[in-house]
Design a binder for this molecule. Structure first.
Ligand SMILES: Nc1ncnc2c1ncn2[C@@H]1O[C@H](COP(=O)(O)OP(=O)(O)O)[C@@H](O)[C@H]1O
Ligand SMILES: [Mg+2]
Length: 262
């Protein structure tokens, strides 16, 4: 099995602050990872490395058998599907839902080519349909609810048939029903062996979709624990990552955590 991600001693320094500190990480084909940690732990920064958006200050980042710094990132980025709040905020207000998805095959936001291949439009429609948002295809993206926008963003991230799918807090801002719906869909995606390798960032244990295989815990830019999910999402490591004594439960594939009674 070839490595989808192979990070070795990766550090990121910005304005004298170390955002990531010597991160080692391997993600292989077929793996589904959750990356967890408190606010400011460096999760989004790690995804920006994995998505070939930024270069390590130190260390080596191998992505899809290429090495950052030795590869044209504009060839690498289309092989990676990314959904994040910062990307969503770049979508023009009146862009239709269908265009939000179709334009991903060109790695741009905003419709800049007049004629798209019909095949692309059909694929975009099929993805919107699979994520339950095809009926909104002609609506402006900005007019959708938060939950609908999240599903459109994932459809967009899948549009270019990526080898790696990166989802940065896809359940943030959703109500309970919206969250549960999204988790069920992500769980289905994880179970599909046609799906690319997946990395999902969250800071809520309740948002871990059943079927995810691996987990990494980050704290202050450093890895607290990483590996098979059942070995990582345990009280010892979670309490260390969140600096709080936690009581963790796992029921029917769903995790939850509360502060341990003193
Ligand atoms: N360009 C930057 N310059 C300085 N600090 C930054 C920059 N980008 C992010 N940070 C800081 O780095 C830390 C990690 O950020 P981030 O990766 O977004 O964390 P997370 O996604 O885990 O909440 C935060 O404290 C954030 O304020
Ligand atoms: Mg973040």
């Amino acid at each position: 099995m070839s490595d989808v991600l192979e990070l070795s001693g990766v550090s990121i320094v910005r304005g004298g602050k170390t955002l990531l500190d010597g991160v080692d990480w391997q993600v292989a084909e077929g793996e589904r990872w959750v990356v967890m940690g408190p606010n400011g732990a460096g999760k989004t920064t790690l995804l920006q490395i994995a998505g070939a958006r930024i270069h390590p200050t130190q260390g080596v980042a191998g992505i899809l058998d290429e090495v950052m710094g030795a590869v044209d990132v504009f060839e690498l980025r289309p092989r990676i599907g990314l959904a994040s709040a910062s990307l969503a905020s770049q979508i023009p207000e009146h862009e239709t839902v269908l265009n939000v998805v179709v334009t991903a095959s060109y790695g741009v936001t905003g419709r800049w080519r007049e004629q798209y291949e019909r095949l692309d439009e059909r694929r975009a429609f099929r993805l919107l349909d699979a994520w339950g948002v095809a009926t909104f295809m002609n609506r402006p993206f900005a007019s959708l609810s938060e939950g609908e926008r999240k599903r459109v963003q994932i459809a967009r991230a899948l549009m270019a048939d990526p080898e790696l799918l990166l989802l940065d807090e896809p359940a943030a801002g959703l109500d309970l029903a919206g969250r549960e719906d999204l988790i069920a869909r992500l769980s289905e995606l994880a179970a599909d062996e046609e799906s690319p390798a997946i990395v999902l960032v969250t800071h809520h244990l309740e948002e871990v979709p059943p079927g995810f295989t691996h987990a990494m815990l980050l704290k202050d830019g450093a890895v607290v624990a990483a590996g098979p999910i059942g070995e990582v999402l345990v009280e010892e490591h979670l309490s260390a990552a969140f600096d709080t004594p936690l009581e963790v439960t796992l029921r029917d594939g769903r995790y939850s955590a509360v502060a341990r009674a003193q």
